[in-house]
Structures are given as C-alpha cells and as structure tokens.
Design a protein around this ligand. Structure first.
Ligand SMILES: [Fe+2]
Length: 391
C-alpha cells in the first residue's frame, strides 16, 4: 500500500498563451469564451502609453463591443472595484479583459465576479471565501511581474480600515492568461527591478512555504532559475528580448507556484508596509527579502540551500550552511546591483512614522495568515524586530 499523502489541488487558467506577439490571439480567445461585449479594465498609465488603445482596437476590429474602465489606482481599492462594477453593468459586459500590471488585473478579477458574489467585499478576504464564478476574464500582463495573470489571488485595499485585503479563491483565477513579453519592453528600470524581485520572491516563498508540494516545487524552482538568469540582463539591457521573455515566463510560473503553495513572511510583512507608506508592492518585498531570509533559513536549511544552488550562487558541493550564508549575501547584492533602495531610503518613509506604525504593521502582517506558512513562524515582537532590521 502506498504511503498516504495529503490531497493537493492545483488551479491554473484553462489556457496560458505565451510568447512575443501573443496579444494578437486576444480576439479569437475572447470569441472562444463567448464574449461579445467586453469591459476592458486598465489604468491611466496604460492609456498614456497607448497600450490600452492598441488592445481595444484589436478587439473592436474583430467585431467586439468594448467599453474601457481605467479608474484603477496602484494598490487598487474597494472604491475602484465598485466603480468598475458600475461600468460593467452599464456596458452589459459578458467578458472582462484586464491589461496592465498587477493592480488592474487584481481589480478586474474582483469586478468580474462581483455581481455573482454580492454583499460586503470585506467578507471575501481570506481563503476560499468566494464561491461563485463570475464573468470570464482574460488577463494580459504588461509587467513581469506579479504573476497575477495566473493566480487565484487578488489584493484590494479596504479604504475604511486602511488594510490590504488578500483574497484567495478559485473563482479569482483568470480563464485565460495571454503573456506577451513585448508589452514589458518599455518598462522603466526601477519598475523592472522591483517587479523582478517580486517574481523572485514568489518563487522562493512558494518553495520554502509549509504549503509547498510536488505540483508547485518544479514551477517555483524554474521561476527562481529564470530570475537568476534574466533579471539583471533585463534591467541592464531593457531591449534584450530573450531576458524579457525569460522574466515574463518566470512571472507566470511564479504566480502558478505561489497561488497553489503560498507566499510567506515577506509578503505578509510587505502588504502593511505598502499600505502605510504607499510603497509599490515589488519594492516593499525587495526591501524585506534579505532580512526575512536571514531570519527564516534556520527552519528550512535544505530548502534554502536548494534555492541558492538553483540560483547558482552556491555550488552543488557546498554544505547547506555555506549555501544559506551565500544566499543572503547574494540577495543583498542583487538589490544593490538593481539600485533598489533600502527601506530608510524609500521615498515617503519617515523614521518617526515608521516607529509609530510598527505594532499595527506587525499585527496586520500576522492577521493576513501569510506568516503562518513561513518555515519559521514569527511572533509579533519578532516581526517588529525584522522591520527594524530591514530599515
Ligand atoms: Fe508579490
């Protein structure tokens, strides 16, 4: 008789279309999904860059009726979602297409299922609280990235409580992800750096998580490997197509891995930091990743050593202890090489306010549940200490 193991479920989009120029497939996929009236959810940045118009034209020239909703701010809020639902109903949309970074994609996920799941949005915070499927969603990411195109996760800010609500439920998974790295070629260097380290964090956290499993491990390790091989090149040479393609692939694989395993303490601490000081998600992860890794390695030395060997900063012959030490140095050096600031140097973060916020940030981090999946589960006091160390 085989050894009993826990039951694992793996959710993914029903199709992932990857590669340069893959956005051209959007109209045929929209029609495959039965779409005739599309709500295009995007943000003002995508309007300015002309990307939203390019996507709208692709859809309209194929005979689809498109309404554009672009009132989505970075770190989207419940107010953005409510406005999007109004736009969706006014247009009588039967399909949602999200174009942009993690913010418009996350907002679109919630907008698409809101009519089938009414009631206070705060009720859907947490794990598996959303029961009903909404309208089909096609996610077209323009950063690499949050991996949101391939996750059943959305993070929406609750404006009344000033807290980021993490929602993880199967109906949040986009039906189709179209990941066209050509859309990432114009990302400015600071954005490439921040979202790239976010991607790397997804791979590492998915792999060291207490929820890691045989379905997610290969994806997490490939995500880590792709980041190690491509992130610095994509940052240094923004026109390098192979590096951009590698990072887009890493982002999608990282998303699939972490949403079926979990993120851990870095993300748990990063969300309250982002809310308190309006630090973009990727950057708030990057400033925490080395410090949290140093705290966590002792609880999963073999796993972190595999991360180091996958990156290539440690040799196969190195002991786990050596590999772990090298990994922390490498992560710190990566941030420096990408010119990512330390927390103290992030715009808008004053030390007095930071000190005032420490206890609230620590309790919000714990309440999110993510630290509970970390190999070493911290107390609130330890989280406060880690924030201070990251300063
Ligand atoms: Fe993330």
């Amino acid at each position: 008789m085989s050894t009993p193991t826990s039951i694992r479920r793996f959710d993914a989009p029903s199709a992932i279309v990857h590669g340069g120029g893959s956005r051209q497939r959007l109209p045929e996929i929209a029609k495959e999904l039965g779409g005739t009236r599309v709500l295009l959810v995007t943000d003002p940045g995508m309007i300015v860059l002309g990307v939203a118009e390019q996507i709208r034209e692709l859809l309209t020239s194929a005979g689809l009726a498109v309404a554009t909703f672009d009132d989505v701010q970075p770190d989207p809020t419940d107010v953005n979602v409510a406005a999007g639902v109004e736009a969706l109903q006014a247009h009588r949309a039967d399909l949602v297409v999200a174009v942009g970074g993690g913010s418009p994609i996350d907002a679109a996920k919630v907008i698409a299922l809101r009519t089938a799941n009414p009631g206070p949005l705060a009720d859907y915070m947490g794990l598996h609280r959303i029961k009903n499927a909404g309208l089909p969603l096609i996610a077209v990411p323009t950063t690499a990235g949050t991996g949101s195109e391939a996750t059943k996760v959305a993070v929406i800010t609750n404006t009344a409580r000033d807290v980021k609500m993490m929602m993880l439920s199967t109906p949040l998974m986009p039906r189709v992800a179209i990941a066209d790295y050509e859309l990432t070629m114009s990302m400015p260097k600071p954005l490439t750096a921040a979202v790239g380290v976010d991607t790397l964090t997804h791979g590492i956290e998915a792999y060291v998580s207490k929820q890691a499993n045989a379905l997610t491990d290969p994806l997490a390790l490939e995500c880590i490997s792709l980041c190690a091989r491509n992130l610095q090149t994509a940052w240094q040479s923004p026109d390098d197509r192979a590096a951009r393609e590698g990072m887009m692939l890493a982002a999608t694989l990282g998303g699939l891995a972490f949403c079926n395993s979990s993120v851990c303490l870095v993300h748990g601490m990063s969300r309250p930091l982002g809310v308190a000081f309006h630090i973009p998600h990727g950057l708030s992860n990057a400033v925490l990743l080395p410090t949290v890794t140093r705290f966590s390695v002792e609880a999963a030395p073999a796993r972190y050593a595999t991360v180091a060997r996958t990156i290539g900063c440690a040799l196969q012959s190195d002991s786990d202890t050596t590999a772990n030490a090298v990994l922390i140095d490498w992560l710190e050096a990566l941030n420096r090489s990408l010119e990512l600031p330390r927390l103290a140097d992030c715009r808008g973060v004053a030390r007095t306010r930071f000190d005032e916020m420490l206890n609230k940030m620590a309790s919000d981090a714990l309440a999110s549940g993510s630290p509970g999946n970390n190999p070493r589960v911290p107390t609130a006091d330890e989280i406060v200490e880690l924030y201070k160390q990251a300063w």
